[in-house]
Design a protein. Structure first.
Length: 339
């Protein structure tokens, strides 16, 4: 089969590799859509501990089952959507309701969706793969994984009391208009949050945010709402200096969710008086459990999020180097490989 190979940071080739073979319970999927993700761009720019090089990459996908290992829950011909990981449901974190922190979360994963065929390991096929509803485009359901991250974040916020009984009275600043920030905008509006302000620097992405229901503002011009602050601030940039700045936009008693993952080894510094005397609830959720995937799947099936606005165009595998070059320059949001 043909696949996109990340040779080393900054260098992508397109090559012929061996077809994947399913073991018991595994699926081999013909990829019909595979969306690019911030993690893929990070791997392309500076490498990534979970993405060995040279090697295949891409982890968002949707497609059609072409081969099923013994006992697999799907049969050849079925159209599916799924995510790239699944919890073990046996470790102390899983048993304690923190599947997103499962100790073996990444020991088995889907990697290599920028290819004609993709192996989905048994554990994932069993817990986190679902039939694709016939009316939904492959490219949109390929967004199940990032949308599950967003669902997890909002579940963690809900545990801490946000948005509470009357979402329409709530205000949120989403900092960073990348794909995740834009998904937060779409979902917050779907949940009825009254005021969503999206802050960033990329004008094209900010205008997508407006189409999804946000007011938009340049990051430099973001101020605490009404001089008091937003009920919640969601940081989706992943830079320590933006983590630090985000605290200033939250109201007393509000919620600050630091969602963007910062470079390994980086540190952030916060005003203890603000955190303590203004009683800011600080959270920084990671990844997702099966409940978040189920929620994200429901949102996709409802079909009211408008996430097709995040798709910046379709590409063939041969065009991968050009696609990542565009992403590096901040052109487009998510591209879709249609092998
Ligand atoms: Zn992703
Ligand atoms: Zn576990």
């Amino acid at each position: 089969m043909r696949a996109v190979i990340l040779q080393e940071p900054g260098r992508i080739v397109h090559a012929e590799v061996e077809d994947p073979k399913p073991g018991p319970g595994d699926l081999v999927v013909r990829v019909r859509a595979a969306t690019t993700c911030g993690t893929d761009l990070k791997a392309f720019l500076r490498g990534h501990p979970a993405i060995p090089m040279p090697g295949v990459f891409g982890h968002e996908y949707a497609g059609e089952v072409v081969e099923a290992g013994e006992g697999a829950p799907f049969a050849p011909g079925q159209e599916i959507m799924g995510v790239h990981s699944a919890p073990c449901r046996r470790c102390r974190w899983c048993l304690d309701g923190q599947e997103n922190l499962c100790e073996s979360l990444m020991s088995t994963k889907v990697l290599g969706s920028f290819a004609e065929l993709l192996l989905v390991p048994a554990r994932i096929a069993r817990l986190n793969v679902f039939p694709k509803p016939p009316g939904l485009p492959f490219a949109v359901v390929s967004l199940l994984e990032p949308l599950s991250c967003v669902a997890q974040g909002l579940q963690e916020l809900a545990k801490c009391g946000f948005p509470g009984r009357d979402p329409s009275s709530r205000s949120v600043a989403v900092v960073g208009p990348g794909a995740i920030g834009l998904m937060f905008v779409a979902v917050l509006r779907l949940l009825g949050v009254g005021r969503v302000v999206l802050a960033g620097r990329n004008a094209a992405r900010l205008s997508v945010g407006e189409a999804l229901g946000a007011e938009s503002v340049l990051l430099e011009d973001l101020r605490p709402l009404d001089g008091v602050g937003f009920d919640a601030v969601i940081e989706c940039v992943g830079l320590p200096e933006v983590w630090e700045r985000s605290l200033q936009w939250v109201r007393r008693g509000g919620w600050l969710m630091l969602f963007g993952g910062c470079p390994t080894g980086s540190k952030a510094c916060f005003d203890t008086k603000r955190l303590h005397y203004d009683q800011i609830t600080l959270l920084s959720p990671f990844h997702f459990g099966t409940a978040a995937v189920a929620t994200a799947r429901e949102w996709l099936i409802e079909g009211r999020l408008g996430l097709e606005r995040l798709l910046s165009g379709a590409a063939r595998l041969e065009e991968a180097a050009a696609v990542f070059d565009r992403l590096r320059q901040g052109i487009g949001i998510k591209y879709v490989f249609q092998p």
